[in-house]
Write a protein that binds this ligand. Structure first.
Ligand code: F6P
Length: 335
């Protein structure tokens, strides 16, 4: 394969934080790439918890056969409060050293990468991140593994809500995930032809400043121009959540607004082709770069090119949601 000889004999991988479709495809690529270079691969279960508790398995080809198309993660995922406790990162480093692990790959989001940075204070091996989250809120990569699938999953649900909204001539508010980022909402909202999209990036919303949402709703109703009216809302955009927003809009506008929370359905399902390809590319690239000596980096993709990005900068929040689409959506939603 043309890889240089490396001192890495054994590497480990774990999936951490909110699971994302494509994590399995990434584990597969890591195992296959490492095996081709005669490197042993350990899979830690349940994120960093499996590392702290030494819950792991040796990953062989038979474990990764037939998983590229499967959602979830064969290694399970979890958040790990124990890693944030005093002594947690040092304990993790000790386990890595005891198991003779030369490098650890963390598939997850920027919170998981912060955990990796904490371990690096005590660990002498190499650490590499691969961005996997439906939120797409990681700096240093255009897309995270799972984002493309989550858009299609949300879109499928929104299109169905459109049918019933259209039949009943109703207004719906549909809440999407994203934690504190509007990436998923903007993408799915644009693709669904939503009348309005609300993202945390647009500034704080409160019961006192709903007017700019209500005027276009009333305008649409007065003109009877639209049988249905959909507002896609990113979670954490309104105090009390999207159900509270629907209630407040109903009271303030006199138009009945129904709320629909899509929830964890957005994390499931078979990864779409784009996620399988991205996961395969970044998993293989992560191993390749570890072999070249890289550490404390994330394997990401910018403009179609795989590249490294410092792990400690992945949570800086410098990546902005598409300003062109934001401007366009605000123009058409504000008449
Ligand atoms: O980070 C992925 C994500 O699905 C976010 O979109 C969401 O805010 C969060 O995880 C939900 O976490 P949990 O599954 O722990 O409720």
């Amino acid at each position: 394969m043309g890889y240089i000889m490396s001192r890495i004999k054994r590497l480990a991988v774990l999936t951490s934080g909110g699971d994302a479709p494509g994590m399995n495809a990434c584990i597969r690529a890591i195992q296959l790439t490492a095996s081709a270079c005669n490197i042993e691969v350990i899979g830690f279960m349940h994120g960093f918890n499996g590392l702290l508790e030494q819950e792991y398995l040796m990953l062989h080809e038979q474990h990764v056969n037939n998983i590229i198309q499967r959602g979830g993660t064969i290694l399970k995922s979890a958040r790990c409060p124990a890693l944030e406790q005093a002594g947690g990162p040092a304990k993790a480093a000790t386990v890595l050293q005891q198991l003779n692990i030369d490098a650890l790959i963390i598939i997850g989001g920027d919170g998981s990468f912060r955990g990796a940075m904490a371990i690096s204070q005590h660990y002498h091996g190499q650490l590499m991140g691969v961005p996997g989250t439906i939120d797409n809120d990681v700096d240093g990569t255009d897309n995270t593994i799972g984002f493309a699938t989550a858009i299609d999953t949300a879109l499928d649900a929104i299109d169905k809500i459109r049918d019933t909204a259209d039949a009943f001539e109703r207004m719906f508010l549909i809440e999407l995930m994203g934690r504190h980022s509007g990436y998923l909402s903007l993408a799915a909202g644009i693709a669904a032809g939503a009348e309005q999209i609300i993202c945390p990036e647009f500034g704080p919303l409160s019961p006192d400043n709903l007017k700019h949402l209500i005027i276009p709703m009333q305008h649409a109703q007065l003109l009877s121009a639209k049988a249905s009216y959909l507002i896609v809302v990113a979670e954490n955009s309104y105090p009390g959540g999207t159900t509270a927003l629907a209630d407040d809009l109903t009271k303030a506008s006199g138009i009945e607004c129904r709320a629909c929370i899509l929830g964890h359905i957005q994390r499931g399902g078979s990864p779409v082709g784009a996620d399988r390809i991205l996961a395969t590319k970044l998993g293989a690239y992560a191993v390749e770069q570890l072999l070249q000596g890289a550490s404390l980096m994330m394997a990401g993709e910018i403009n179609g090119q795989a590249g490294l990005y410092p792990l400690k900068k992945t949570g800086d929040r410098t990546k902005a949601i598409d300003p062109f689409l934001v401007r366009w959506q605000q123009q058409i939603g504000s008449f």
